[in-house]
Design a protein around this ligand. Structure first.
Ligand SMILES: C[S@@+](CC[C@H](N)C(=O)[O-])C[C@H]1O[C@@H](n2cnc3c(N)ncnc32)[C@H](O)[C@@H]1O
Length: 255
């Protein structure tokens, strides 16, 4: 379902939030670090670079993504396993998750379990995209519900229901016994080239939609949706398309 190559388009812009999240993790010398939803290992390699002595494990439910991560031969261990299923054998010093929890409905219920396996000085750190009311997402939901597509696509792009508010995350962490540090940021990505927002979306939100369509339908959908996205994100005079992207960050520490 995931296409590592497409996901890696705009890799710098996609990696920035992982760097910003990591910068807020005040751990000097963690022994055991787990990256949930590690994808192609971009976020995992940031963790390994910051703490070269740590035992770092990248986990992801997609075998395609793990295959791409392993192909980097970066010396990091990677495992194909869902975030809700993976269980550590001992205490974890850092649970890290960049841009994955939006794919996991009910993830607030998992926070107590992850916090419960933290070492005394450990941290749980995650970042989720919070731009599901942005024009390209609204358009995607509208297209999927439109008469021409709804028999195949109805309900496919409802991921926004999995995301909570910043207060929701802070309350959930506090209720699970952690000290929460939660904030949000809107990045203003300046993207070059033709149809950059469509290209970005093909790496993430469009994947489940395109997977439901065969070749000709896929082309038709992309043409129609692409035109609407182009109108919603016009190219500026300098040839650059501004793409605002809101994200929520959270770090939980044992209280
Ligand atoms: C947007 S990518 C982020 C990848 C990586 N963390 C990064 O920062 O580059 C989201 C990843 O979450 C993975 N994913 C989605 N649902 C998952 C689940 N339930 N358990 C583990 N991984 C999941 C996808 O396979 C994908 O690789």
């Amino acid at each position: 379902m995931w296409d590592p190559q497409t996901y890696l388009t705009y890799a710098d812009e996609r990696t920035r939030p992982a760097r910003d999240l990591l910068a807020a993790v005040d751990l000097a010398d963690p022994e055991r670090v787990v990256d949930l939803g590690c994808g192609t290992g971009t976020s995992t390699r940031l963790l390994a670079a910051r703490w070269p002595g740590a035992d770092v494990l990248g986990t992801d439910s997609s075998s395609e993504m793990i295959e791409a991560a392993r192909a980097e031969q970066d010396g990091i261990r990677y495992e194909v396993v869902g975030a809700a299923e993976w269980q550590p054998e001992g205490p974890v010093d850092l649970w890290f998750s960049n841009a994955m929890l939006q794919w996991l409905p009910g993830h607030l219920d998992l926070l107590p379990r992850w916090l419960g396996t933290l070492s005394r000085t450990g941290r749980l750190a995650f970042q989720v995209p919070a731009n599901f009311d942005a024009p390209h997402h609204v358009l995607l939901r509208e297209f999927c519900a439109a008469p021409a597509w709804r028999d195949r696509l109805h309900g496919i792009s409802e991921r926004h229901e999995a995301i909570h508010t910043p207060v929701g995350y802070a309350d959930a962490l506090a209720a699970a016994g952690a000290r929460p540090d939660v904030w949000e940021t809107t990045y203003l990505h300046r993207l070059e080239g033709p149809d950059p927002v469509l290209t970005w979306t093909m790496g993430t939100a469009l994947r489940p939609v395109l997977n439901k369509l065969d070749g000709a339908e896929r082309e038709a959908f992309l043409a129609e949706y692409g035109e609407a996205v182009r109108a919603a994100y016009p190219v500026g005079r300098d040839g650059v398309t501004t793409f605002p992207f809101r994200r929520i960050f959270a770090v939980g520490a044992p209280a």
